[in-house]
Design a binder for this molecule. Sequence first.
Ligand code: MN
Ligand code: MN
Length: 418
Amino acid sequence: MGEQNGNDGLSRRSFLGKTSAVLAAAAALPRVGAAQQDPDMNSGAHTAANETQPGPKNPALDAMDPDSVFPPETDAGGQPPFKYPFSFSHKRIESGGWTREVSVRELPISKQMAGVEMRLISGGVRELHWHKGAEWALMTAGNARITGVDQKGRGFVEDVREGDLWLFPGGIPHSIQGLGPDGCQFILVFDDGNFNEFETFLLTDWMRHTPPEVLAKNFQVPKETFKNLPTKELFIFARDLPRPLEEEKKEVSAATGSVPNSFAFFASQMTPTKVSAGGHVKVVDRSNFPATNIAAAIVTLKPGGLRELHWHPNADEWQYYVKGKARMTVFSAGGHARTMDFQEGDVGYIEQSMPHYIENKGDTDLVFVEVFPTPDYQDISLAEWLAHTPSRLVNQHIATGEDFLRNIPRKEAVVVPE
Ligand code: MN
Ligand code: MN
């Protein structure tokens, strides 16, 4: 497995990179037939007249998207794109870090979920705020301190590091601060495609838009108490590092106690849910993280590994590629299928019940997350469907012979090879 990691997108093409059989036959190219017999044979440079591109081209983007330059023969018809690189998003840069987002405005099919990338320097604070939707997060670098307060006034403070995650339910106020030595980076996922990180309910923005005499009356203090309120929102800003964790935990839980279910989940220390030769997966949902209403799977595929053919019957899937190179084909019924290529920092999106696979196409481990706006992780794989349907009936459809069907493992693989 593992195609060459070359710079030339055309040379990376596999045998599937042919145009239609009709055109190929018309051009009388003997190599087409030979390539079909050897799936691993690179059919070459696509130099036939019907495959070359004498006009303008973009070699850098083409190299990242070989399955768009020459789609697999199995691709057909049009369907909306299901990929958006964070690299295309506007980056808002502040003194304490930066942020950018991929919402339904950037990726129109992502109606149920939106995502944000954020960097906070050491001491950099994402201002105290809340929003209507729930926030699921995965730390992708460094260390952070997170805080929250629930509807019963119970406090929460925790430190998280790369590979850990958190969930703040909708409406719960919270904050994030980068710790030493070099702050952090993380992704946020929201169960609302219209979410906008630049329009959240901010502590300073709200107080600034409340009459000072009302603030004074609210807290029974002189209104001069608020004379140093910032004149505009802080959003992301730099401050000193927080006090020791235990000290701040004790402070926020005074009188009301701590939240009953932690908003943090230490996925970096979690034993994988399923391990196979091709990689492993960590499933984090309500069954092991009671605070969450957003389910997720953190998938690692070794070179050549495949996240097997499957679909999700209960929700859309939002993906983020943490490292490595991948390709994914989404079949959208009615004869339509499209293959797109993914790499670090790309967002992928699959609508509910549309079948797909993810294949590691690089020479290194592929790591990506699948996130779902539902508390419970669910999937159905092609293999388990066929394995638990009468072999006589399946064979009447696909004519593989019943021996193949009887040998499909009875339990779902998730990642192959097993
Ligand atoms: Mn938030
Ligand atoms: Mn999936």
